[in-house]
Design a protein around this ligand. Structure first.
Ligand code: PLP
Length: 454
């Protein structure tokens, strides 16, 4: 491994404040708190910062470092590819070996219905591509009036104008005058926040799905192009829908001839104990945007898996698809993604999540349910959520949602453990290499942080 570099951290913090605008950050508040935490290296499940702290990364970066940090093989794959061919595009009838091999590999993980990928660099861009594909598909099908996409409140589909519109984050909409036309939002399948008194999870799951049907009928089935959902909503608070939800959504999409889009940017590449979340939850989508775990975050890459139903129309009737990014199918990123998948297969990481660490996280996180602040605990695979509330019985939230969650997040950071607060929901999404003892540490830190918050 490379020798660790010596940084002048105070000077870096000063330059950071002077010259760097951070995403999703209140810069004034950051300045008052003494500037950013400067992470300088990482290994396995641990981050090291410039102030000498070693932190357990319970979020795998931003839900992405699935094979963990410090994988020399991934660096070598990028290095080798960059020496051989650092860049060539995939426009205008060109290709490179890594993009071809990766397309075949990912297709083989997706099952019979999916045989083509369209590449981009981020989850946001993949979802922009989704909108382009949906519009092109219905135009080619001779139904140009099928335009509106139904999404859900609190969904997160990215930060570009189009993908933030697809998302249902009201704060983002407000700042940027979104959504753009042609996108409408319905209730999220979040029993804890949205169920009526005495409503079972199963009944609620059906009601949440029927909200989609209601919207279709309100707007007219002829006008609705597609429904998009994360199999499990991530940034919206690790919302694991009741078992009745997705089968009903599937039925509704089929009944009204809607394309079904499963946004697998978080759920993809092993997170839920299958290669893809739709496989775990038994969903049959038409389009599957993916990113993050595809390269474990070592290089930016994303794609949309396009089902045969759509590619057939696109190829037979579409002529040139006038869409693409300079770095679509970037060779170094594709080489890293291929090696990343190879590591996941060699180390049986998907099976490890399904059979070992997923059930273990579920068992351990469930022990937090007795805490006075905790209203519900949810897990699936290596995704977990702990709902903080004022009254466990009525599931009443604290006023000013987000304040208590942020306090808890700040406490757990002081314990050198990274978790995240989505409103008042503490969420975890650790690297898929996490071991049981590290899960113990993560859950112990969560309990200590909850104690400090109470
Ligand atoms: N879709 C989902 C489900 C996500 O969670 C995210 C990011 O967190 C995105 C899309 C956007 O991905 P990116 O930040 O790479 O643009």
């Amino acid at each position: 491994t490379q020798p660790v570099r010596n940084y002048d951290i105070e000077e870096l913090k000063r330059l950071d404040m002077a010259h760097h605008l951070h995403p999703f950050t209140d810069t004034k508040a950051l300045g008052k708190e003494g500037g950013a935490r400067v992470v300088t290296r990482a290994e396995g499940c641990y981050l090291y910062d410039g102030d000498g702290n070693k932190m357990l990364d319970g979020m795998a970066g931003l839900w992405c470092v699935n094979v963990g940090y410090g994988r020399a093989e991934l660096a070598e794959a990028a290095y080798r590819q960059m020496l051989e061919l650092p860049y060539y595009n995939t426009f205008f009838k060109s290709a490179t070996p890594p993009v071809i091999e990766l397309s075949a590999k990912v297709s083989s993980l997706m099952g019979d219905e999916f045989n083509h990928l369209f590449y981009s660099n981020s989850g946001s861009e993949a979802n922009d591509t989704v909108i382009r594909l949906v519009r092109q598909y219905w135009n080619l099908m001779g139904k140009p009036y099928k335009k509106t996409i139904i999404s859900r409140w609190n969904a997160y589909h990215g930060s570009t104008v189009a993908s933030a519109s697809l998302g249902g984050m009201k704060g983002m909409h407000k700042q940027a005058d979104l959504p753009i036309p042609g996108i409408t939002h319905v209730m999220q399948p979040h029993w804890f926040d949205n169920a009526e008194e005495g409503e079972s999870k199963e009944d609620f799951g059906k009601r949440a799905a029927h909200a989609i049907e209601q919207r279709i009928l309100e707007l007219g089935p002829d006008n609705i192009a597609a429904f998009i959902g994360e199999p499990i909503q991530g940034a919206g608070g690790v919302v694991i829908p009741p078992s009745t939800y997705w089968p009903e959504v599937q039925r509704i999409c089929e009944k009204y001839d809607l394309l079904l889009i499963a946004d697998e940017v978080i759920c993809g590449f092993g997170r839920t104990g299958s290669w893809f979340g739709h496989q775990t939850l038994g969903i049959k989508p038409d389009l599957v945007p993916m990113a993050k775990g595809m390269s474990s975050g070592y290089l930016p890459i994303s794609a949309v898996a396009v089902s045969d139903k759509i590619t057939k129309v696109l190829i037979d009737k579409g002529g040139e698809f006038t869409h693409g990014y300079t770095y679509s199918g970037h060779p170094a990123a594709c080489a890293v993604a291929l090696k990343n998948i190879e590591i996941m297969e060699r180390e049986h990481l998907v099976e490890k999540v399904r059979d070992e660490t997923g059930p273990y996280l579920a068992e351990k996180l469930a022990t937090l349910a007795d805490h006075p602040l905790v209203g519900e605990v949810r897990t699936l695979g290596l995704l977990g959520a702990v709902e903080i509330c004022k009254d466990k019985k009525t599931r009443q939230r604290f006023a000013d949602v987000g304040k208590v969650g942020t306090m808890c997040r700040d406490h757990i950071m002081k314990l050198n453990t990274v978790s995240r607060a989505c409103g008042d929901t503490m969420v975890v999404s650790p690297p898929l290499i996490i071991e049981k003892e590290q899960i113990d540490d993560l859950v112990a830190a969560l309990r200590q942080a909850l104690d400090a918050t109470a």
